[in-house]
Design a protein around this ligand. Structure first.
Ligand code: NDP
Length: 264
Protein backbone atom coordinates (compact mmCIF):
# COMPACT_ATOMS: atom_id res chain seq x y z
CA UNK A 1 0.00 0.00 0.00
CA UNK A 2 1.26 3.48 -0.85
CA UNK A 3 2.49 5.45 2.17
CA UNK A 4 1.64 9.15 2.01
CA UNK A 5 3.19 11.90 4.11
CA UNK A 6 1.00 14.44 5.95
CA UNK A 7 2.18 17.19 8.31
CA UNK A 8 1.00 20.17 10.32
CA UNK A 9 3.13 23.32 9.89
CA UNK A 10 3.39 25.74 12.79
CA UNK A 11 5.73 27.48 15.20
CA UNK A 12 5.60 26.48 18.01
CA UNK A 13 4.09 23.14 17.03
CA UNK A 14 5.11 20.44 19.51
CA UNK A 15 1.87 20.97 21.53
CA UNK A 16 -0.35 20.15 18.52
CA UNK A 17 -2.94 17.39 18.96
CA UNK A 18 -3.46 16.99 15.21
CA UNK A 19 -0.93 14.12 14.75
CA UNK A 20 -2.62 11.95 17.39
CA UNK A 21 -6.05 12.72 15.91
CA UNK A 22 -5.12 12.03 12.26
CA UNK A 23 -2.84 9.05 12.94
CA UNK A 24 -5.63 7.39 14.95
CA UNK A 25 -8.00 7.92 12.01
CA UNK A 26 -5.47 6.58 9.48
CA UNK A 27 -4.97 3.47 11.62
CA UNK A 28 -8.71 2.97 12.03
CA UNK A 29 -9.23 3.33 8.26
CA UNK A 30 -6.31 0.96 7.50
CA UNK A 31 -4.41 3.69 5.68
CA UNK A 32 -0.65 3.39 5.75
CA UNK A 33 0.02 7.15 6.08
CA UNK A 34 2.11 9.26 8.44
CA UNK A 35 1.09 12.60 9.99
CA UNK A 36 3.77 14.56 11.86
CA UNK A 37 4.44 18.04 13.18
CA UNK A 38 6.70 20.29 11.08
CA UNK A 39 8.38 23.18 12.83
CA UNK A 40 8.69 25.87 10.15
CA UNK A 41 11.04 28.78 10.81
CA UNK A 42 10.10 31.07 7.93
CA UNK A 43 6.52 31.34 6.62
CA UNK A 44 7.81 32.50 3.22
CA UNK A 45 9.15 28.98 2.62
CA UNK A 46 5.83 27.23 3.36
CA UNK A 47 4.81 26.25 -0.18
CA UNK A 48 8.40 25.37 -1.25
CA UNK A 49 8.81 23.05 1.74
CA UNK A 50 5.37 21.53 1.13
CA UNK A 51 6.29 20.68 -2.48
CA UNK A 52 9.96 19.77 -2.04
CA UNK A 53 9.27 17.43 0.89
CA UNK A 54 6.73 15.57 -1.24
CA UNK A 55 3.91 16.12 1.25
CA UNK A 56 0.51 14.80 0.12
CA UNK A 57 -1.49 17.27 2.22
CA UNK A 58 -1.00 19.37 5.34
CA UNK A 59 -2.61 21.45 7.99
CA UNK A 60 -1.24 24.90 8.74
CA UNK A 61 -1.54 26.57 12.11
CA UNK A 62 -0.25 29.67 13.90
CA UNK A 63 1.40 31.83 12.67
CA UNK A 64 1.27 30.66 9.05
CA UNK A 65 -2.40 30.63 8.00
CA UNK A 66 -2.11 33.96 6.15
CA UNK A 67 1.09 32.74 4.42
CA UNK A 68 -0.85 29.68 3.26
CA UNK A 69 -3.56 31.90 1.80
CA UNK A 70 -1.05 34.04 -0.09
CA UNK A 71 1.13 31.22 -1.43
CA UNK A 72 -1.54 28.72 -2.55
CA UNK A 73 -2.04 28.18 -6.29
CA UNK A 74 -5.78 28.12 -5.74
CA UNK A 75 -7.80 29.13 -2.68
CA UNK A 76 -11.12 27.32 -2.30
CA UNK A 77 -14.43 28.38 -0.75
CA UNK A 78 -14.82 30.42 2.41
CA UNK A 79 -11.02 30.79 2.81
CA UNK A 80 -11.24 33.49 0.13
CA UNK A 81 -13.25 35.66 2.53
CA UNK A 82 -11.28 34.81 5.67
CA UNK A 83 -7.97 35.28 3.84
CA UNK A 84 -6.38 32.53 5.92
CA UNK A 85 -6.04 28.80 5.21
CA UNK A 86 -5.41 25.81 7.47
CA UNK A 87 -5.29 23.04 4.85
CA UNK A 88 -3.09 22.42 1.80
CA UNK A 89 -3.76 19.65 -0.72
CA UNK A 90 -1.12 18.64 -3.25
CA UNK A 91 -2.99 17.95 -6.47
CA UNK A 92 -0.31 16.78 -8.88
CA UNK A 93 2.02 19.60 -7.83
CA UNK A 94 -0.72 22.24 -7.66
CA UNK A 95 -1.35 23.59 -4.15
CA UNK A 96 -5.04 23.88 -3.27
CA UNK A 97 -5.86 25.69 -0.01
CA UNK A 98 -8.92 25.51 2.21
CA UNK A 99 -10.16 26.80 5.56
CA UNK A 100 -11.85 24.09 7.64
CA UNK A 101 -11.88 26.14 10.88
CA UNK A 102 -14.99 28.02 9.72
CA UNK A 103 -17.17 25.02 8.75
CA UNK A 104 -15.72 23.15 11.75
CA UNK A 105 -17.07 25.86 14.03
CA UNK A 106 -20.49 25.75 12.36
CA UNK A 107 -20.59 21.99 12.84
CA UNK A 108 -19.66 22.46 16.53
CA UNK A 109 -22.66 24.74 17.16
CA UNK A 110 -25.09 22.56 15.21
CA UNK A 111 -27.13 21.89 18.38
CA UNK A 112 -27.72 25.60 18.98
CA UNK A 113 -31.13 26.40 17.47
CA UNK A 114 -32.34 29.51 15.78
CA UNK A 115 -29.28 31.74 16.21
CA UNK A 116 -29.91 35.19 14.76
CA UNK A 117 -27.55 37.42 16.73
CA UNK A 118 -24.05 36.76 18.07
CA UNK A 119 -21.61 38.68 20.23
CA UNK A 120 -18.06 37.63 19.41
CA UNK A 121 -15.50 38.58 22.08
CA UNK A 122 -11.99 38.73 20.60
CA UNK A 123 -10.69 39.59 17.16
CA UNK A 124 -7.77 37.23 16.50
CA UNK A 125 -7.33 34.62 13.79
CA UNK A 126 -9.96 32.28 15.21
CA UNK A 127 -12.50 35.10 15.44
CA UNK A 128 -12.04 35.86 11.72
CA UNK A 129 -13.03 32.33 10.70
CA UNK A 130 -15.98 32.30 13.13
CA UNK A 131 -17.30 35.72 12.11
CA UNK A 132 -17.17 34.95 8.38
CA UNK A 133 -18.75 31.51 8.90
CA UNK A 134 -21.67 33.06 10.80
CA UNK A 135 -22.06 35.94 8.33
CA UNK A 136 -22.28 33.41 5.50
CA UNK A 137 -25.36 31.98 7.22
CA UNK A 138 -26.88 35.48 7.47
CA UNK A 139 -26.31 35.66 11.22
CA UNK A 140 -25.80 39.13 12.64
CA UNK A 141 -22.38 39.34 14.35
CA UNK A 142 -21.05 42.08 16.63
CA UNK A 143 -17.33 41.89 17.41
CA UNK A 144 -15.75 43.42 20.50
CA UNK A 145 -12.06 43.46 21.37
CA UNK A 146 -9.71 44.80 24.06
CA UNK A 147 -7.72 46.87 21.56
CA UNK A 148 -8.62 48.41 18.25
CA UNK A 149 -5.96 47.20 15.76
CA UNK A 150 -7.41 43.74 15.15
CA UNK A 151 -10.94 45.16 14.72
CA UNK A 152 -9.93 46.62 11.34
CA UNK A 153 -10.52 43.35 9.42
CA UNK A 154 -14.04 43.09 10.87
CA UNK A 155 -14.87 46.72 10.14
CA UNK A 156 -13.73 46.25 6.54
CA UNK A 157 -15.99 43.20 6.26
CA UNK A 158 -19.09 45.05 7.43
CA UNK A 159 -19.32 43.78 11.03
CA UNK A 160 -20.38 46.01 13.92
CA UNK A 161 -17.26 46.50 16.03
CA UNK A 162 -16.62 48.02 19.45
CA UNK A 163 -13.89 48.21 22.03
CA UNK A 164 -14.77 45.91 24.95
CA UNK A 165 -14.78 48.79 27.43
CA UNK A 166 -16.95 50.87 25.23
CA UNK A 167 -20.03 49.08 23.98
CA UNK A 168 -23.70 49.23 24.92
CA UNK A 169 -25.13 45.98 26.19
CA UNK A 170 -27.78 44.42 23.99
CA UNK A 171 -29.37 40.97 23.83
CA UNK A 172 -27.62 38.29 21.76
CA UNK A 173 -28.67 34.68 21.17
CA UNK A 174 -25.09 33.43 21.44
CA UNK A 175 -21.99 34.84 23.19
CA UNK A 176 -18.59 33.52 22.06
CA UNK A 177 -15.23 33.84 23.78
CA UNK A 178 -12.53 33.72 21.12
CA UNK A 179 -9.89 35.41 23.26
CA UNK A 180 -7.16 33.43 24.99
CA UNK A 181 -8.43 34.68 28.37
CA UNK A 182 -9.23 31.78 30.69
CA UNK A 183 -6.74 29.43 29.01
CA UNK A 184 -3.84 29.92 31.43
CA UNK A 185 -5.59 32.13 33.99
CA UNK A 186 -8.92 32.32 35.81
CA UNK A 187 -10.06 35.62 34.31
CA UNK A 188 -13.04 36.83 32.27
CA UNK A 189 -12.55 38.25 28.75
CA UNK A 190 -14.66 41.31 29.70
CA UNK A 191 -15.83 42.67 33.07
CA UNK A 192 -17.74 39.99 34.99
CA UNK A 193 -20.77 42.22 35.63
CA UNK A 194 -21.15 42.98 31.93
CA UNK A 195 -20.85 39.30 31.12
CA UNK A 196 -23.50 38.41 33.72
CA UNK A 197 -25.84 40.95 32.16
CA UNK A 198 -25.22 39.59 28.68
CA UNK A 199 -25.82 36.00 29.81
CA UNK A 200 -29.16 37.01 31.39
CA UNK A 201 -30.41 37.84 27.92
CA UNK A 202 -28.78 34.98 25.94
CA UNK A 203 -29.44 31.31 25.30
CA UNK A 204 -26.03 29.95 24.35
CA UNK A 205 -22.33 30.41 25.20
CA UNK A 206 -19.34 29.02 23.32
CA UNK A 207 -15.69 29.14 24.35
CA UNK A 208 -13.00 28.36 21.75
CA UNK A 209 -10.75 27.15 24.58
CA UNK A 210 -10.86 23.40 25.16
CA UNK A 211 -9.57 21.00 27.79
CA UNK A 212 -10.71 23.09 30.76
CA UNK A 213 -13.81 24.85 32.00
CA UNK A 214 -13.06 28.55 31.79
CA UNK A 215 -14.56 31.17 34.15
CA UNK A 216 -16.53 32.38 31.08
CA UNK A 217 -18.22 28.98 30.67
CA UNK A 218 -18.68 28.48 34.42
CA UNK A 219 -20.56 31.76 34.65
CA UNK A 220 -22.68 30.95 31.60
CA UNK A 221 -23.62 27.59 33.15
CA UNK A 222 -24.61 29.31 36.40
CA UNK A 223 -26.95 31.50 34.36
CA UNK A 224 -28.46 28.33 32.83
CA UNK A 225 -27.21 28.85 29.29
CA UNK A 226 -26.49 25.90 27.04
CA UNK A 227 -22.69 25.87 26.76
CA UNK A 228 -19.96 24.33 24.63
CA UNK A 229 -16.17 24.45 24.73
CA UNK A 230 -13.80 24.35 21.75
CA UNK A 231 -13.31 20.58 21.57
CA UNK A 232 -15.82 19.98 18.77
CA UNK A 233 -14.45 22.92 16.80
CA UNK A 234 -10.97 21.40 16.92
CA UNK A 235 -12.34 17.95 16.15
CA UNK A 236 -14.44 19.01 13.16
CA UNK A 237 -11.78 21.18 11.53
CA UNK A 238 -9.74 17.96 11.64
CA UNK A 239 -12.56 15.77 10.33
CA UNK A 240 -13.21 18.16 7.43
CA UNK A 241 -9.47 18.34 6.66
CA UNK A 242 -9.27 14.54 6.69
CA UNK A 243 -12.17 14.38 4.23
CA UNK A 244 -10.16 16.62 1.90
CA UNK A 245 -6.99 14.54 2.50
CA UNK A 246 -8.57 11.24 1.47
CA UNK A 247 -11.45 12.46 -0.71
CA UNK A 248 -14.12 10.61 1.28
CA UNK A 249 -16.77 11.38 3.87
CA UNK A 250 -15.66 10.35 7.36
CA UNK A 251 -18.10 8.05 9.16
CA UNK A 252 -19.30 8.55 12.76
CA UNK A 253 -17.16 5.72 14.13
CA UNK A 254 -13.97 7.30 12.77
CA UNK A 255 -15.03 10.68 14.16
CA UNK A 256 -15.33 9.09 17.61
CA UNK A 257 -11.87 7.50 17.19
CA UNK A 258 -10.53 10.98 16.44
CA UNK A 259 -12.33 12.47 19.45
CA UNK A 260 -10.87 9.82 21.74
CA UNK A 261 -7.38 10.43 20.34
CA UNK A 262 -7.73 14.16 21.03
CA UNK A 263 -8.25 13.46 24.71
CA UNK A 264 -5.09 11.34 25.08
P1 NDP B 1 -4.91 35.40 18.57
O1 NDP B 1 -3.60 35.57 19.25
O2 NDP B 1 -5.01 35.58 17.09
O3 NDP B 1 -5.99 36.43 19.27
C1 NDP B 1 -6.08 36.52 20.65
C2 NDP B 1 -7.29 37.38 21.03
O4 NDP B 1 -7.40 37.37 22.46
C3 NDP B 1 -7.18 38.86 20.61
O5 NDP B 1 -8.45 39.33 20.29
C4 NDP B 1 -6.66 39.50 21.89
O6 NDP B 1 -7.00 40.87 22.02
C5 NDP B 1 -7.42 38.73 22.94
N1 NDP B 1 -6.79 38.81 24.26
C6 NDP B 1 -5.60 38.26 24.61
N2 NDP B 1 -5.34 38.53 25.92
C7 NDP B 1 -6.39 39.26 26.38
C8 NDP B 1 -6.73 39.84 27.63
N3 NDP B 1 -5.93 39.71 28.70
N4 NDP B 1 -7.90 40.52 27.75
C9 NDP B 1 -8.74 40.64 26.69
N5 NDP B 1 -8.49 40.12 25.46
C10 NDP B 1 -7.33 39.44 25.30
O7 NDP B 1 -5.44 33.96 19.01
P2 NDP B 1 -6.41 32.95 18.25
O8 NDP B 1 -7.56 33.70 17.68
O9 NDP B 1 -5.64 32.07 17.36
O10 NDP B 1 -6.91 32.02 19.47
C11 NDP B 1 -7.82 32.49 20.42
C12 NDP B 1 -8.25 31.36 21.35
O11 NDP B 1 -8.89 30.34 20.62
C13 NDP B 1 -7.08 30.69 22.09
O12 NDP B 1 -7.45 30.50 23.43
C14 NDP B 1 -6.92 29.36 21.41
O13 NDP B 1 -6.49 28.38 22.33
C15 NDP B 1 -8.33 29.08 20.94
N6 NDP B 1 -8.36 28.27 19.71
C16 NDP B 1 -9.22 27.21 19.64
C17 NDP B 1 -9.31 26.46 18.50
C18 NDP B 1 -10.25 25.32 18.45
O14 NDP B 1 -10.25 24.59 17.43
N7 NDP B 1 -11.04 25.07 19.45
C19 NDP B 1 -8.50 26.77 17.30
C20 NDP B 1 -7.65 27.91 17.47
C21 NDP B 1 -7.59 28.62 18.63
P3 NDP B 1 -5.96 42.03 21.52
O15 NDP B 1 -6.20 42.20 20.05
O16 NDP B 1 -6.37 43.21 22.33
O17 NDP B 1 -4.57 41.56 21.83
Amino acid sequence: MQKNKFVIFGNPIEHSKSPQMHNAAFKHLNLNNTYETYLLEDGNTLKDVFISENIKASNITLPFKEFAYIQADEVKGIANEIKACNTFINENGKVLAYNTDAPGFMKAIEDFDDIKTVLLIGAGGTAKAIAIALKDKNIDVTVINRSKEKLEFFKNNGFKTFLSDNFRLEAYDLIINSTSVGLKDEKYPIAMLKLENLFLNSRYAFDCIYGKETPFLKLAKQENLMVKDGEDMLLYQGVLALELFIGKTIDKETIEVMRKALKQ
